[in-house]
Design a binder for this molecule. Structure first.
Ligand code: ZN
Length: 347
């Protein structure tokens, strides 16, 4: 079968690899019908040393179950399923608290931690299939597939940012980042009833989509100028919640400047730093809280799916390009160059 491998920064190849097969009784073998490239794939694409490669890529996919291990009961051959970006048993203490990204099962973890499997491929072995996979009530060629695919990661991650930040009615929200997660954080904040949603981003096609998803204001300035603009839009106070959907230090510093006293900075952009201001002058002085982490998207799939199925929301609009597996290396480059927002892959 064919699969995507990253050899080092800037070097992504599609190659023949050994066929994925069921190995454990709890596994399912899934033939992938829709996958995509993630903004988080761009971090290694920018910086991965050759000593760390080659690694299999892809952690968001929809596919058809081809075979199941003897212990699998919730999905069967022929089912169309979606997989979250984390593998989980859905039964341990943390999964029962809707924190599937902290699953304590020995086979739990992230796709990116399984060297011989990945979602940007023709097929994949899914560990803990009963806990990880969710059956989709549509056909593989449904027009809803792009939107349902966002349940793997970007929609659930944007939603998690809003939930972890405590967004509700009467909340003023700033979203930092106009990538797919930021735009879907806007959509989630709207669904949760936020009173004002300020989107910070510079790319107009993306911020226009953000307005369609519910942004009430768009701020293209960054740094001190961006902070001042947001403060002007909020009576000088800043917003109750800042959804930080980038992960770089300047985005965190911007969040510190924008959050209102007593407010929350909720981070879902993978932090590219270990040290950051948390002391008296940054968080402590005004009772600012820091929230967020890897989104347990498995916990949100059943909650977010009905509005996709009934057509009331269309998060799949974040996909602005579609390719086959052969086009995946170019897709990485197009996303790195910000020519594409998010690339859908049809293996
Ligand atoms: Zn678990």
């Amino acid at each position: 079968m064919r699969a995507t491998l990253m050899y080092e920064a800037g070097d992504v190849r599609v190659e023949d690899v050994p066929d994925s097969v069921v190995k454990e009784p709890t596994d399912a073998l899934v033939r992938i019908t829709a996958s995509c490239i993630c903004g988080s794939d761009l971090w290694p694409y920018a910086s991965m040393p050759s000593a760390d490669g080659p690694v299999r890529m892809g952690h968001e996919f929809i596919g058809i179950v081809e075979e199941t291990g003897s212990a699998v009961t919730t999905v069967k051959r022929g089912d169309l399923v979606v997989a979250p970006f984390a593998i989980s048993d859905n039964t341990c203490a943390f999964c029962r608290e809707d924190l599937h990204t902290s699953c304590e099962n020995a086979q739990g973890g992230f796709w990116d931690g399984i060297p011989e499997e990945g979602g940007q491929a023709e097929a994949v072995r899914v560990p803990l299939a009963d806990g990880t996979l969710v059956k989709l009530p549509v056909a593989a060629d449904s027009a809803l597939v792009p939107s349902l695919l966002t349940l793997s990661d970007v929609f659930g991650t944007g939603h998690h940012a809003a939930v972890a930040g405590g967004v509700g009615e009467h909340t003023r929200v700033t979203v930092i980042g106009d990538g797919a997660v930021g735009l879907l954080a806007v959509l989630s904040a709207r669904l949760l009833g936020a009173e004002q949603i300020i989107l910070m981003g510079r790319h107009q096609a993306r911020t226009d989509l953000g307005r369609d998803f519910g942004a009430t204001d768009v701020v293209s300035a960054r740094g001190e100028e961006g902070i001042e603009t947001v403060r002007d839009l909020t009576g000088g106070h800043g917003t109750h919640v800042v959804l930080e959907c980038v992960g770089a230090m300047p985005a965190y510093e911007q969040a510190l400047g924008i959050v209102r006293p007593g407010g929350v900075i909720s981070r879902v952009g993978v932090p590219q730093y270990e040290e950051a201001p948390i002391g008296f002058g940054s968080l402590f002085r005004h009772n600012i809280r820091l929230a967020g982490g890897p989104a347990p998207t498995r916990a949100y799939i059943e909650e977010l799916m009905p509005a996709i199925l009934d057509g009331s929301i269309d998060p799949g609009r974040v996909f602005d390009a579609t390719t086959g597996l052969d086009g995946v290396p170019a897709g990485y480059q197009d996303m790195a160059d910000r020519k594409s927002l998010k690339v859908l892959v049809k293996p």
